[in-house]
Design a protein around this ligand. Structure first.
Ligand SMILES: [Zn+2]
Length: 276
């Protein structure tokens, strides 16, 4: 008798888990939708993007292991994207006992009034500053920050290349023509906060630098991804039922549009089965 010790090789999949789909203040303080960010598992390289409030709760609930993370990326310093950055660095580095992982963030998240405590920076293998048009790598994954967004603070979206797939994440921004620089992605993940565009105002309590449903539709038509996933919903979108908005957008654009749900896991292999 002998036992077979060789494990059957399972091909590694590429997945994106939505640890939350809520965005902007009133949604976040009520937690009608969670706000934990995106967890990428790209052929075994795990990356956390935008750990908003509750990220640590969503992560442990979904049995994701923070110590397996290779990096945390912050699109910008706003609370709904960065509130759990400190605890997630602690979790990634096992409370600081295992120096490990890198942090990518815009300069203004690290300088005056930084969002990450200074003592935690020593737990990391390194910190890299995001800048417009730069290319970065994490293991066998690369990403670029094609264009700075128009938002109240320094903000970047990302274009990821896994070697098998290219996908884009458009973070918080006002609509502008340069967003076409994300072209070439098969999958577009896009933060849609408003149902309708908001006129500019001088009141700092009324933010206007967010994408609306008509803006998003325009971007989807411009970029023509195989699949678009809407997320980061504010209250107005939530009340209007994001899944119905996605369905109408799909009918109008002829592109597959999905409204993300808290905890949804999207397998990039699905892009291979989608007809062009
Ligand atoms: Zn923001």
């Amino acid at each position: 008798m002998f036992t077979l010790t060789m494990k059957e090789e399972k091909p590694l999949s590429d997945t994106i888990t939505f640890l939350g789909t809520g965005g902007a203040r009133f949604m976040i303080i009520n937690q009608f939708l969670a706000s934990g960010g995106l967890w990428l598992n790209l052929s075994g390289t795990e990356i956390l993007v935008d750990p908003g409030p509750g990220c640590i709760v969503q992560t442990t609930k979904r049995k994701l292991k923070a110590e397996k993370l290779s990096a945390i990326i912050l699109s910008h310093r706003h609370l709904d994207h960065s509130a759990d950055i400190n605890i997630m660095v602690e979790a990634m580095t096992r409370g600081g006992f295992k120096r490990h992982g890198r942090l990518f963030a815009p300069a203004d998240a690290l300088e005056t009034e930084p969002v990450i405590f200074s003592y935690l920076r020593d737990y990391l293998d390194g910190i890299e500053i995001l800048q417009e048009g730069k290319n970065y790598s994490i293991g066998n994954i690369s990403f670029t920050t094609p264009v700075q967004h128009i938002h109240l603070v320094e903000t970047y979206g990302m274009l990821f290349n896994t070697g098998k797939h290219i996908f884009a994440y458009i973070a918080d921004s006002r609509y502008f023509d340069g967003l076409y620089k994300y072209a070439g992605s098969e999958l577009l993940i896009i933060n849609v906060v408003f149902l309708e565009p908001r006129p500019p105002t001088d009141n700092p309590l009324i933010p206007t630098d967010h994408l609306s449903v008509p803006d998003t539709e325009r971007i989807i038509v411009e970029l023509k991804p195989k699949v678009a996933i809407l997320t980061h919903f504010g209250m107005s979108i939530w009340r209007a039922k994001p899944w119905e908005i996605a369905q109408r957008m799909a009918e109008k654009t002829g592109i597959r549009v999905i409204a993300a749900r808290d905890g949804m896991r999207f397998d990039l292999a699905k892009l291979d089965n989608t007809q062009d």
